[in-house]
Structure formats: structure tokens, C-alpha cells
Design a protein around this ligand. Structure first.
Ligand code: ISE
Length: 336
């Protein structure tokens, strides 16, 4: 196969970013379809993907027959109605996180994938492709600093869109830490507890944040996560790892230091689009390469389900103030 013909579903913030990425930076792929019910958004996206056709829904794109793979970039609550027909058509899928917002629907996806007989889904947990996280995972696995004891994570957004509501602190935002803490430690999340920090009066009225989540892994590592979506000044995702013999830190913004006017200034990211641009590029290039040989190369649908099950514990912790244990189904042989 020369060029992988991708249908991008959803031409909002993330979809539009992926369309530009595929058209300009990814080798061996092109955007063949933009699936977007909103005409204005679709037209804007088509300006960046001149060879793509516009479809109002995934069924129409599949029926037309011109696509080899699907990239789903709609918000999580709209993933299932796209995943099921795409699986039904046997198409490889890169699905933005979360796979779905809850464990029950994620299990339905897992079952539908198993029924196809092939691992077709990769979940877009792009942090696994970030150089800092990859290096930290290797450092932990090497044991060179002794055992990993704990992690301190900060996940800060300058602001969030109007559609963002309180539960999204867990299923849309902390879902990244839920996945990446397991990725770093190779151990599932055992329990989640959530504390409210002093409320930021600059947060939208419907949000009670920042929050502090405590994620405990089966292996006994405790990860603190400051989840803060109204931090105003920039976009920051940082982690400090505490070992027996040392401390490691990733995610500190590096770049030009400007010494001027009696100050030292370093530019900070304002969005995940730039903070994780290299990770997104690598994730999508590796997915395209893998799809061409009938594989995936990253977190699979089972990883998506595990994250959704831990998210469920997180939501219940957020609502109850209790420490809540995560419950997982047994891993099907298909994913071993
Ligand atoms: C958004 O959906 C993302 O995935 C970002 O990485 C995260 O920082 C943000 O909080 C989410 O809303």
C-alpha cells in the first residue's frame, strides 16, 4: 500500500490539528475523508486536506469505499457510535483518548473488537510517545536509582472550553495520568482518592477545582496529581519521580532563556497541541507504519478499558470523597 487513506472523524480542535499533521508531516498517509456533521468546520478542514471528501457520518464514508483507516478525534462520549461501524467494516482505528468515558461501554468495544478476530484499535494516549515519559519509564525499569517510591504529577491547563464540566477533570484530563502512571510503573491503578484544593475563583462557575488526586498502583507506588484547568498562565505537564537514591524530573519547559529587563524569561506552552506536538507526530507516524503491516503500535483497546475502569473509581472518588478501589475484568486471552 502506498498512501494510507485515512478518514478523520471530528474536525474540532484535535481533529483539525491531526489533519494538518497528516497532510504536512506524516509520511505515507493522506486524509481521504473528513467526517464532520458541522458544515463550517468541515469546510475549514477541507482547506487543509484538498484531496479529502466530506461525509456527515462514518457510515457514509465507509459505504463510499475510499478509506483504509479511521482516526477518531471527536470528544469521548461520541466514540462508541463511530468505533462500532468502523470495527464492523474491519478498519484499523486510532481512537483519541478516552476510548469511551466509562468501563461498561469500553467493554462493549473490547468485545466488538474480539469478535473481529484482530486487534484493530489503538488508543491515543500520546504521552506514551513523549520523549520525557519514555526516558523516565526506562529509568524506572533500569532500577539504577533504586526502587520507585512515588510520583508527583502536575497537569495544568490555562483554561478549558465551555463544554468542559466537572467530571471531565477525571475522564477527560486525569485519564492521561491514569494511563501514564500504569505505563511508567507497569502496574495497574489499585485505588483513587480525590481531595479538593482551595477553589480558584477564576475557574468557571460549574467547576470545583483544582483537585488533588491520589493514584495508588498495585505495586504500592503512590502518585499525586494536581489537576488544575484554570491556571491562566500556560499549559504544563510535569512529573517528579521519587526513587530510593534519587529524584528525576520531566516536563520542565526548556527553550530559549531571555535575560532582559532585570528578568530571566522562558516561554511556556499554552496548549497540549504544542506541548505534545512531537509525541502526536510520533504516535501517528508509528501507527501509520504499523497499520500498513496489519498491526498497531501503541496502547490497545484493553489499555483503553483499564483506563476507563480506573476513571470510574476516580469519578466515584470525586463524588464521594472516599478512597475508591478500581475493579477490573479478567484480561481476555486475545490481549495477552
Ligand atoms: C484534553 O482533552 C486533553 O487531552 C489534554 O491533554 C488535557 O490536558 C486536557 O485537560 C483535556 O481536556
Amino acid at each position: 500500500m502506498s498512501e494510507l487513506k485515512i478518514a478523520v472523524v471530528g474536525a474540532g480542535l484535535m481533529g483539525a490539528d491531526h489533519i494538518i499533521r497528516i497532510e504536512n508531516r506524516i509520511v505515507g498517509a493522506q486524509v481521504a475523508a473528513v467526517v464532520e456533521p458541522d458544515e463550517g468546520r468541515a469546510k475549514a478542514a477541507l482547506a487543509d486536506a484538498p484531496n479529502a471528501k466530506w461525509y456527515p457520518n462514518i457510515e457514509a464514508a465507509i459505504a463510499d469505499g475510499g478509506i483504509d483507516a479511521v482516526l477518531i478525534a471527536t470528544p469521548g462520549q461520541f466514540h462508541e457510535p463511530v468505533l462500532l461501524p468502523a470495527l464492523g467494516a474491519g478498519l484499523p482505528i486510532l481512537c483519541e483518548k478516552p476510548l469511551t468515558p466509562d468501563a461498561e461501554s469500553s467493554l462493549r468495544i473490547v468485545e466488538a473488537e474480539i469478535a473481529t478476530g484482530k486487534q484493530l484499535i489503538q488508543v491515543g494516549f500520546m504521552r506514551r510517545f513523549d520523549a520525557g515519559y519514555m526516558e523516565l519509564r526506562e529509568l524506572i525499569a533500569s532500577g539504577s536509582q533504586g526502587e520507585l517510591l512515588g510520583l508527583h504529577c502536575a497537569h495544568r491547563n490555562p483554561a478549558v472550553p465551555d463544554t468542559y464540566h466537572n467530571d471531565m477533570l477525571i475522564f477527560d484530563s486525569i485519564v492521561h495520568e491514569i494511563d501514564v502512571v500504569r505505563f511508567l510503573t507497569d502496574s495497574p491503578i489499585k485505588s483513587v482518592e480525590v481531595k479538593y484544593m482551595k477553589r480558584n475563583e477564576l475557574s468557571p462557575d460549574k467547576l470545583l477545582e483544582p483537585i488533588l488526586a491520589l493514584l495508588e498502583t498495585e505495586s504500592g507506588v503512590l502518585a499525586t496529581v494536581e489537576m488544575n484547568v484554570s491556571v491562566q498562565f500556560g499549559y504544563q505537564v510535569k512529573t517528579e519521580a521519587v526513587f530510593q537514591k534519587g529524584i528525576a524530573e520531566i516536563g520542565r519547559t526548556a527553550g530559549l532563556n531571555l535575560f532582559a529587563g532585570g528578568q530571566i524569561a522562558t516561554a511556556e506552552h499554552m496548549s497540549f497541541k504544542t506541548r505534545f506536538a512531537a509525541a502526536y507526530d510520533s504516535q501517528i507516524q508509528r501507527w501509520v507504519n504499523a497499520v500498513k503491516i496489519g498491526k498497531i503500535d501503541g496502547p490497545n483497546a484493553w489499555d483503553g478499558y483499564l483506563a476507563a475502569a480506573a476513571v470510574e473509581a476516580g469519578l466515584s472518588a470525586l463524588h464521594s470523597g472516599e478512597k475508591v478501589a478500581a475493579n477490573y475484568e479478567k484480561k481476555p486471552a486475545f490481549y495477552r
